[in-house]
Ligand binder design. Structure first.
Ligand SMILES: [Zn+2]
Length: 335
């Protein structure tokens, strides 16, 4: 399967140096840098490999706490959000990055999307009996999602073009699935390491470490790299424990130094991530106006259509008149 047939090449290259990183390797003043709910880009000096560490705290907790969800599903959705933020930040785009899963397990749908401004949202649809977090640990993909696929999409705000990738849900964990996707990619290599759990106070935290390699062919700042160098970078990344990745007292730079200090590691200005849904009255009215009047009539309840945003759980209700600009009875005679 070739997942990367696309009209446009999304640039995985010009990303890590987005921030205020010092190309000369001089020390950077990191005072004032946010350390939580951030994307922390980094570069490994010895190899020139780029990566990012996504660290989610209170903003993630707000998203997961908004839905009544079992711990196993919340934990997987937290990893899913961290992964979406990490992949989105590896892309140079102006628009919306969406990661979604469709499976045949008790959690058949999971969606996360991230804007280029760092607004993130996500939800899981839960339909069956979900195993406990302990029973799902180690193999959440087959136990919760089942068989199916994971897809990611970039919708560019500047054009109608789309970039899409898709991979089947082969693997025990989300990082297995995404690693499998990148193993098949000819354009670049990437690997992810994910964690999500509650802290001592019961608040959700998540982390995603991602390293990526762009071959030098085709320019754009890629680096030549031996397999040993790549394997070493991935092995060091995967040696980060869940406790390290979720520890609010351990600064992102300190964790990266712990992992990569022998090879030299450089961090760049972090980017904040926010819990912010893009739903609005206007968008919901637009969606309703796009379906037939008959259909809207059939779902009227007390003269209103009730709608709940799946992402942020906001309830809204609209009258027929608000949707179509006239009373519900008008125009019925012709039908
Ligand atoms: Zn919403």
């Amino acid at each position: 399967m070739d997942f990367l047939k696309s009209e446009i090449a999304v640039d995985f290259r010009k990303t890590a140096a987005d921030g205020a990183g010092d190309a000369e390797g001089r020390s950077i003043d990191m005072t004032g840098w946010a350390t939580d709910d951030v994307i922390q880009p980094f570069m490994i000096d010895a190899t020139g490999l780029h990566g990012r560490y996504v660290r989610l705290g209170p903003q993630l907790d707000a998203i997961l706490s908004r839905h009544a969800m079992d711990d196993a599903s919340a934990r997987l959705l937290g990893e899913f959000l961290a992964l979406a933020v990490g992949l989105a930040s590896a892309l140079k785009y102006d628009g919306i990055f969406t990661l979604q899963v469709k499976g045949d397990g008790p959690v058949p749908i999971m969606v996360a999307d991230v804007s280029n401004d760092g607004d993130m949202r996500g939800y899981a649809q839960i339909k069956g009996a979900v195993p406990s977090a302990a029973a799902a640990a180690g193999a959440p993909v087959p136990k919760l999602l089942g068989a199916g696929y994971l897809a990611f999409t970039v919708d560019f705000s500047t054009s109608s073009e789309r970039y899409q990738g898709i991979v089947s849900l082969d693997g025990a964990t989300l990082s297995d699935v995404i690693d499998h996707y990148f193993e098949q990619s000819a354009q670049f290599a990437a690997s992810a390491h994910l964690a999500c759990n509650r802290d001592a106070e019961g608040h959700w935290r998540a982390g995603a470490l991602i390293v990526q390699h762009l071959p030098p062919e085709g320019g754009g700042g890629g680096v030549a790299l031996g397999a040993d160098d790549w394997n070493r970078a991935v092995t060091l990344m995967k040696s980060a424990t869940e406790a390290e990745m979720l520890d609010p007292a351990l600064d992102p730079g300190a964790l990266l130094y712990r992992l990569y200090n022998e090879d030299g590691v450089r961090v760049f200005q972090p980017k904040p991530v926010r819990d912010r849904c893009r739903c609005s009255d206007e968008r919901m009215l637009g969606a309703l106006a796009a379906i037939s009047e008959d259909e809207v009539r059939s779902i009227l309840n007390d003269g209103k259509v009730e709608m709940t945003c799946e992402f942020c759980n906001t309830h809204r209700s609209f009258s027929f008149e608000q949707i179509f600009g006239r009373a519900v009875g008008d125009g019925m005679a012709e039908e």
